[in-house]
Write a protein that binds this ligand. Structure first.
Ligand SMILES: Nc1nc2c(c(=O)[nH]1)N[C@H]1C(S)=C(S)[C@@H](COP(=O)(O)OP(=O)(O)OC[C@H]3O[C@@H](n4cnc5c(=O)[nH]c(N)nc54)[C@H](O)[C@@H]3O)O[C@H]1N2
Ligand SMILES: Nc1nc2c(c(=O)[nH]1)N[C@H]1C(S)=C(S)[C@@H](COP(=O)(O)OP(=O)(O)OC[C@H]3O[C@@H](n4cnc5c(=O)[nH]c(N)nc54)[C@H](O)[C@@H]3O)O[C@H]1N2
Ligand SMILES: [Mo]
Length: 678
């Protein structure tokens, strides 16, 4: 039987938004998931599974699970619902959407979805329906768009260094990533390298789990990565630690960059970044002298207003020393470019001839409150929890409370967003549906079949959107295709990375490796010049500095008034806002905290473990103070996205974050906030 291993466990894949995309073995008894563990046969995840996903069975069978379609009976946000049938729910959606389209036009309907599941089929299941409807388009830029745009400006959107190859590196730099929490299966590869003599360096504003385990930690101020990278370049040039041949053959613009580097001598960079000049010099020398230096960048440096520039600048470092084609060296951002599918098979953009407006998901709050001509009259949420994860919660919630907004939320559990819905639809989890999983941290493709029957009346996104399409009378073949048929079309892209990968091979449920090149250079760089670009004409055309620029990111809305920087990185026990529903994980996570340096705490009379109010112009949040020198003076850290119902004052962390877009990629600057604390 496909997907069943020799011990009777069923094979599955972790659907969560995480680079690791684990192979799972699932124990099932009487139709219930009773255990979830790692599949030892998965070449990257190798039998290990994170603390969160070990609890996946509890999530599937949680008391907060939505079992039936629900219709609101109380005021918005109160969470009072009555059970209705699927037919009633779908008929009501069709009636309401038809009415809204005739009164306001189809752009008054806004889909809102993200990566609740990373399965390629279910992730995109709504696209054909909303395209056919002519609904407003959602720009899905909340996560990686700035990192991708910045990195691409330098190197092109290419598959980056395979993490597995880092075992042969002699210097591993973890730049703005919390590997042990957010990419834990990479760690054993780094340890293997360390055993052979590699040093591990963390570059992060605070001592996160990973920095604690690193050999060196550069504790930079948030938003100053470009300056730090330029400082390293300055030392490389001054000490003649360059790979001249590589620069000549594979890059453009180095001569233009050189004068810029003069502005970034170590002492000036120390003043900008807060990293002592001696540490900058030391890291640059190590980088220059290493046989095969390797960088793993996280998304942290890009969640800043100048995050695109930060990522672009970091991405140039390997070019200076020719690290990219040295065995063990290079840089990993994302592996996603190698999952080079025929995406039109799932997106079906050609169904829409109306060229509707685009709404950025980062600016949901402002879209719900301010847009007119037409206003957003219907919001269809699936695979996302915007009431909690989107920035500027005060505006998002004000929008969700609008009596004239018709909100549909397709959810696994009674999330915060579901509380604001007019209709809640019960969603099927990855263990109840079929899908194909790519990864953004490794190079394996894996298909998963259902391991249990849907819980209650749960349905997958594909089922729901195909049903809605039929009710609207849409006849295109895509509205009747099964998951395997869609997967087969996805594979038919002709991409060299997918060569030899067939539906039959995937149907076994085992991970299948893509045909990736061992030397990135052979695939070429996806930039306009085909080379790594120290000088980018594309950026000049966007009105940005064509050369790397080390000006720090600043939260403009709070500048000059609020003194403390605030970053809001992931918490070990949650996956964005998911897994808040698991009591054990919440207990382990403890209360929502603010890490604050003893100097800052003392100035404000704040004691450890007391409740504090953290505020700026956008809102306020009540957190428990954790007074610690794991952060620096002037920098505060709130790890994790807790559901507001589990926080004092019922306010989530995104009451403090801003809808202002990043310099590149139109993403969110979740780690670029100024606040004050009392
Ligand atoms: N346990 C757990 N795992 C997760 C997630 C989760 O919520 N919990 N989320 C998943 C998702 S959706 C994603 S996109 C990935 C994200 O994975 P990461 O890239 O690891 O997460 P980031 O939020 O980008 O934060 C990474 C680090 O950047 C640091 N940072 C913040 N600002 C700056 C800066 O200006 N410069 C530098 N150098 N560092 C900075 C933060 O302190 C943090 O330690 O993780 C995935 N995995
Ligand atoms: N302050 C702050 N905010 C952040 C971040 C941060 O670092 N700091 N990180 C940002 C990042 S990187 C990201 S990617 C976004 C993530 O934002 P989201 O993509 O919204 O992620 P989650 O919070 O995990 O919410 C996903 C929801 O989808 C539901 N879901 C999961 N699987 C399914 C399914 O198969 N069907 C249905 N119908 N529903 C499903 C889950 O129950 C969950 O409620 O958050 C962003 N928000
Ligand atoms: Mo993300």
């Amino acid at each position: 039987m496909p997907g069943l291993n020799e011990l009777g466990y069923k094979r599955s894949v972790c659907p969560h938004d995480c680079p690791d995309t684990c192979g799972l073995l699932v124990g099932v008894e009487e139709g219930r998931v009773v255990s979830v563990k790692g599949d030892p046969d998965h070449p990257f995840t190798r039998g290990a599974v994170c603390e969160k996903v070990r609890h996946y069975g509890e999530r599937i069978h949680s008391s907060l699970r939505v079992h039936h379609p629900l219709k609101r009976v109380g005021p918005k946000g109160a969470g009072a619902f009555k059970r209705i049938s699927w037919d009633q729910a779908l008929d009501e959606i069709v009636d309401r959407y038809r009415g809204i389209i005739s009164d306001f036009g189809s752009e008054a309907i806004l889909p809102y979805s993200y990566a609740g599941t990373m399965g390629v089929v279910q992730f995109h299941a709504g696209h054909p329906f909303f395209h056919k409807l002519g609904a407003s388009r959602l720009k899905r830029t909340i996560c990686s768009a700035a990192a991708e745009a910045g990195f691409s400006a330098s190197m092109g959107n290419i598959p980056t260094t395979d993490i597995e190859s880092s075992v042969d590196s002699d210097l591993i730099i973890l730049w703005g990533t919390n590997t042990l929490s957010t990419n834990m299966h990479a760690w054993p590869f780094f340890l293997k390298a360390r055993k052979k003599g590699a040093a591990i360096v963390a570059i992060d504003p605070y001592e996160n789990r990973t920095a604690k385990k690193a050999d060196f930690h550069l504790k930079l101020k948030p938003g100053t990565d470009a300056a730090l990278a330029l400082g390293i370049m300055n030392v490389l040039v001054k000490n003649n630690l360059l790979d001249e041949t590589f620069i000549r053959e594979h890059t453009i613009g180095f001569e233009k960059l050189k004068p810029r580097l003069n502005e970034y001598a170590p002492q000036r960079v120390a003043d900008i970044t807060g990293v002592p000049a001696s540490q900058i010099q030391d890291l640059a020398r190590r980088y220059g002298f290493a046989r095969a230096p390797y960088i793993r960048t996280g998304w942290g440096p890009a969640r800043q207003l100048k995050g695109g520039m930060a990522m672009r600048t970091i991405a140039l470092l390997p070019a200076l020393v020719g690290a990219i084609h040295k065995k063990g060296g290079g840089i990993t951002r994302s592996t996603s470019a190698a999952f080079d599918f025929n995406m039109e098979a799932v997106i079906q953009e050609s169904l829409d001839s109306t060229a509707p407006r685009t709404i950025n998901m980062v600016q949901l709050g402002s879209a719900l409150i301010r847009l007119s001509d037409p206003p957003v009259k219907a919001l269809h949420v699936y695979h996302s929890n915007p009431a909690v994860v989107a920035p500027d919660s005060a505006q998002v919630l004000q929008g969700l409370l609008r009596e004239d907004l018709f909100t549909v939320v397709h959810e696994i559990v009674m999330s915060e967003t579901a509380l604001y819905a007019d209709l809640v639809l019960p969603g099927a989890t990855s263990m109840e549906s079929t899908d194909l999983y790519r990864s953004y941290g490794h190079y394996y493709l894996q298909m998963a079949h259902p391991v249990i029957e849907p819980v209650g009346e749960a349905r997958s996104a594909l089922t729901v959107f195909q049903d809605l399409a039929h009710r609207f009378g849409f006849k295109e073949p895509c509205f009747s295709q099964s998951e395997p048929e869609i997967i087969e079309s996805l594979l038919a892209s002709g991409s060299p990375y997918l060569k030899g990968i067939t539906l039959d091979r995937l149907e076994t449920g085992r991970p299948v490796r893509l045909q990736v090149l061992s030397d990135i250079i052979e695939g070429g760089f996806g930039t306009p010049s085909g080379k790594i670009e120290f000088y980018s004409q594309n950026m000049a055309a966007m009105g940005l500095d064509p050369l790397p620029n080390g000006e720090p990111s600043v939260d403009r809305e709070g500048e000059g008034r609020f003194k403390l920087q605030l970053i809001t990185p992931p918490r070990h026990q949650f996956l964005n806002s998911t897994f808040n529903e698991i009591d054990d994980l919440r207990k382990k996570a403890g209360p929502a905290t603010l890490m604050i340096h003893p100097d800052d705490a003392k100035k404000r009379g704040i004691e450890d473990h007391t409740q504090i109010r953290v505020y700026n112009d956008r809102g306020e949040v009540f957190l428990t103070a954790r007074v610690t020198d794991e952060t620096s003076p002037g920098v505060t850290v709130a790890e994790g996205i807790y559901w507001p119902r589990f926080m004092a004052g019922n306010h989530g962390i995104n009451h403090l974050t801003s809808q202002e877009l990043t310099d590149m990629g139109e993403s969110c600057a979740f780690h670029c906030n100024l606040v004050e604390v009392v």
